[in-house]
Design a protein around this ligand. Structure first.
Ligand SMILES: C=C(O[C@@H]1C=C(C(=O)O)C=C[C@H]1O)C(=O)O
Length: 351
């Protein structure tokens, strides 16, 4: 893996390295040439990197890549990481106004929930990308950790706690993840959630159940439970069902993405609100990524996709963090801002 990485970095060749939750093995796809494949439908086996808009997805095809895996343990130095949590460049008042606007739209009945985000610039060391990636791997063993590069797309890296969908032998598994609290020292499973968090997560669960319904049968779901992601906890419901027809796998992805965990409800109205009001382009934040009809470096019918959050885009010595949270009628704009500050910790603690 290391020699391929060194070569890709020095020759600006596209690659992705990733590690699935609770696994040790890092998998790498190193594209042999530097062309860009973009598709609208997912048909063939690939690694997909889809934007929030869901439209043109970047894909790597296995027959155009060198595929490798690496199981070796490694040490990583955390000593020089000291990013401050509150960055003086952040326009706090813009985010507070944005959330206030969202609450107003909800009170006017045009939307029920909207996920509003901001982009924050943080100075980094241009020579330390690999160190950052290794810190992500060590610090977030239960996350899907990735490092993606394409010369026409840029460098993206993250540690996401959220599955979009896993499809395995006709079984579809997904999660409804929403509601955020900072984990305290006491047992996180005993936390008491507020009405605002319970409602915003229930919207995600209801949406997913409805979205799966036309394509699946025998749907089952767990009770909502507290789930730890780094220093945060979220409410999570596990949902699974059986595909009524194998051909429906991509239809399921289209129906799910973007869920109200990253966009809002109803989908179209929330999406329009985001595009009109956030004031920046999310690009691949809130999109999804992972193996499509491919499993652990082999052709397969199985797919395993994750939502792209707790992530950053890197440009030379700058990292851009993407930080969002769900807003509903009970939201408080200032608390929503501090929720994004808490979410920034996931990435800042490895920089
Ligand atoms: C939007 C983000 O996270 C999502 C929104 C959450 C919330 O609204 O509480 C919680 C988990 C994620 O589904 C993000 O981290 O940027």
């Amino acid at each position: 893996m290391q020699d391929l990485l060194v070569r890709a970095l020095s020759e600006n060749l596209p690659f992705v390295i990733y590690r699935e939750p609770n696994e040790v093995t890092r998998l790498g796809w190193f594209q042999i040439e530097n062309h860009l494949n973009k598709v609208t439908e997912l048909e063939k086996s690939c690694f997909v990197f889809a934007p929030f808009s869901g439209e043109e997805k970047v894909v790597f095809y296995p027959d155009e890549c060198q595929l490798v895996q690496d199981d070796q343990d490694f040490n990583v130095d955390f000593s020089e990481n000291e990013q401050s949590l509150e960055n003086s460049n952040v326009d706090k008042s813009f985010h507070i106004q944005l959330v206030s606007k969202g609450i107003e739209a909800i009170k006017n009945n045009s939307i029920e929930k909207v996920v509003l985000s901001r982009k924050e610039e943080v100075p980094i060391n241009e020579n330390s990308y690999e160190i950052y990636f290794n810190r992500f791997l060590k610090k977030y063993p239960t996350a899907f950790v990735y490092w993606f590069y394409h010369p026409e797309v840029g460098v993206w890296m993250g540690a996401t706690p959220e599955q979009l969908v896993k499809i395995e032998n006709n079984k579809v598994q997904t999660v409804a993840l929403a509601g955020t609290m900072v984990a305290s020292d006491s047992n996180f499973k005993d936390v008491v959630w507020g009405d605002k968090e319970i409602k915003e997560q229930q919207i995600v669960t209801n949406f997913i159940v409805d979205a799966l319904q036309p394509f699946t049968e025998n749907l089952q779901q767990t009770e909502p439970y507290a789930f730890k992601a780094g220093s945060l906890i979220h409410i999570k419901t596990d949902i699974q069902a059986e595909l009524s027809n194998k051909e429906n796998d991509f239809k399921v992805v289209k129906a799910l993405h973007p869920t109200p965990a990253l966009c809002g409800f109803p989908k179209k109205a929330a999406h329009d609100f985001i595009v009109k009001n956030e004031g920046y382009n999310r690009e691949y934040y809130g999109g999804y990524l992972g193996e499509w009809k491919f499993n652990n470096l082999d052709y397969s019918d199985n797919s395993n996709l994750f939502v792209n959050l707790r992530c950053m885009k890197i440009e030379k010595s700058k990292a851009y963090l993407f930080l969002g949270g769900g807003v509903n009628k009970d939201s408080d704009p200032e608390s929503e801002y501090y929720e994004t500050v808490n979410k920034s910790k996931t990435v800042k603690s490895i920089l």
